[in-house]
Write a protein that binds this ligand. Sequence first.
Ligand code: DC
Length: 231
Amino acid sequence: MPPLPAIIAIDGPVASGKSSVGKRLADRLGYLFFDTGLLYRAITYLALRDRIPLDDPAALELYALRAHVDVQPPTVQDGRDCTVLAEGDEDITWELRSKTVEDSVSVVAAVPGVRRVLTSQMRRIGLRGRVVMVGRDVGTVILPEAGLKFFITASVEARARRRFAEAQAGGRPRTYADILANLRERDRIDSSRQAAPLRPADDALQLDTTDLDLDGVVAALTAALAARADP
Ligand code: DC
């Protein structure tokens, strides 16, 4: 097999399974797992809390520039993949999954100035190497030099079913209809925004996971890694 690429990019729409699979892949390779959506969620949560008007792009950009958000390995064993800290010591990990954040995050992520600030932070982390970075524009904008790129999709209904199951397991009651409507709206905003819209990189390997469970997706990605040895 050729040497493993130092940077692996995994992009795809909401709830396509990219984070779960990216985490598994990173653990298997001994790489850092970095979920770029967490930074957009963190800025959204903090901006809402500090009453920054979401329709003021300049205020949001300045806010993103000044905010201190840190993503660390899990500090509590409560099902989290990582711990997100604001201003050094405030644990905001679970707040980032709230409906309030989910309803506003696509709007914040569509602000070009916010994207500039967060993209440069993410790029700095990614260039250190040995990283699996997941998001919407990792392979196209954040780290176009990634040695391996995946674009993971699944039908919107399959994705809504996964999020519904997660919400139930986590004791966070949401209806399936509400989740489905939220996913459709976020897909629409993520794909149609001007700045870094959701799209596969030209050199990304595409994988539809509608009929696959997590093990199936991990197996498909591992097979793709192995296939690089056998072009
Ligand atoms: O993957 P997620 O659901 O945690 O992403 C949250 C939001 O952030 C989603 O609306 C898309 C946006 N996002 C983005 O625009 N670019 C990224 N690299 C990651 C997330």
